[in-house]
Design a protein around this ligand. Structure first.
Ligand code: UDP
Ligand code: MG
Length: 324
């Protein structure tokens, strides 16, 4: 397999850009250095996600420079405003024409010199190559613990299994890109969708460094939001919690209510518990709350099935059709 059709294959590099004017020149120099040594053709797609600095100008002046580099083309997609990284990445993937698409951050946190390793895996027959962080040393303890917790919960409650520390640094084969295009959901986590797709996956391990310039845009608050979004997009469990609680309330307080009813009214307090009217009222109310919550859970099940229908995911994804 190895070595077949090399040189003729085109590789797209998709990079979302949000206020990265300081990082772009370095990012770009590094990318050029790495791709020069390879025999593939490269198409670099910058997706400007409504930057408020001069990122666009920087990209344009760089594009003028690459006119004479043989295996390297550069494209710029400017979004009308800031849509967020996930959407910007999607825009880039949809515009990519390569036989493989590599998704890469502009802040040099994804080591560009790992690109050849990604390509080698792809050429060995993997459809998706996922970059996995070896450590997350530079993140705060809170973020680290948060990410551990996220993967624990997610893998327990969701049908989409995620690999801990897997990043957005990924290579997608053309057939994966085509399947990815069929997703219609708006609230999207690119990496979750790719994991949902399956396909043959290979892994490349790397160390992440500090962001070169500027602040990471994912504050803890944003990360929590992202995590909650992932839970609701890939799992029905949160929707079912209310229902479970309701059923537990109903059973527990129903039983207690029945017991007190018999004890007080039918048997006339043989155990001498002297249950007050207030206590009875409390039990009745808790039982009623149980019924309410259980009904909410029932409604949740309907919402869940509506949710499943509206996001309209493909029923199945074919990896290959073979005539044998
Ligand atoms: N980014 C973007 N839109 C945004 C925020 C970020 O396109 O609203 C880009 C950013 O320019 C970078 C990548 O997404 O290329 C990753 O962003 P960041 O480094 O802030 O995130 P983290 O490294 O924490 O995942
Ligand atoms: Mg970053």
């Amino acid at each position: 397999m190895e070595g077949i059709g090399l040189g003729s294959s085109v590789i797209s590099v998709v990079t979302p850009v949000y206020n990265e004017s300081e990082n772009i020149p370095l990012f770009y120099a590094e990318l050029l250095k790495v791709t020069r040594a390879l025999e593939h053709d490269f198409e670099l797609i910058f997706v400007d996600d409504g930057s408020s600095d001069d990122s666009v100008k920087v990209v344009e002046s760089l594009a003028a420079e690459v006119k004479n580099v043989e295996n390297f083309g550069i494209k710029l997609i400017e979004l009308s405003r800031n849509f967020g990284k996930e959407i910007a990445t999607t825009a880039g993937i949809e515009a990519a024409r390569g036989d493989a698409v590599i998704i890469l951050d502009a802040d040099l946190q994804h080591p560009i010199d790992m690109i050849p390793a990604f390509i080698r895996k792809w050429e060995r027959g993997y459809d998706v190559v996922v970059g996995v962080r070896a450590t997350d040393g530079h993140y705060s303890t809170v973020k680290k613990a948060g990410s551990e917790l996220f993967y624990k919960i997610m893998n327990r409650i969701s049908e989409t299994k995620l690999v801990p520390h897997s990043t957005d640094f990924r290579l997608l084969d053309r057939k994966v890109v085509e399947a990815f295009r069929s997703f219609t959901e708006r609230q999207r986590i690119t990496r979750g969708l790719i994991d949902w797709l399956g396909f043959k996956r290979g892994f490349v391990h790397f160390e992440t460094g500090e962001r070169l310039h500027g602040e990471p845009s994912y504050s803890t608050r944003k990360l929590v939001k992202l995590a909650l979004n992932s839970f609701t997009a890939h799992s029905l469990f949160p929707l079912r919690i209310a229902g479970y609680m309701g059923v537990i309330f109903m059973v527990v307080f129903g039983a207690l209510g029945l017991f007190t009813y018999i004890e007080v009214f039918l048997a006339h307090d043989p155990m001498g518990l002297r249950i007050t009217g207030t206590a009875l009222l409390g039990l009745l109310m808790l039982f009623a709350i149980g019924i309410l919550l259980a009904c909410l859970g029932l409604i949740a099940l309907y919402i869940a099935s509506i949710h499943g229908e509206v996001i309209n995911r493909p029923l199945y994804v074919v990896r290959q059709n073979k005539e044998l």
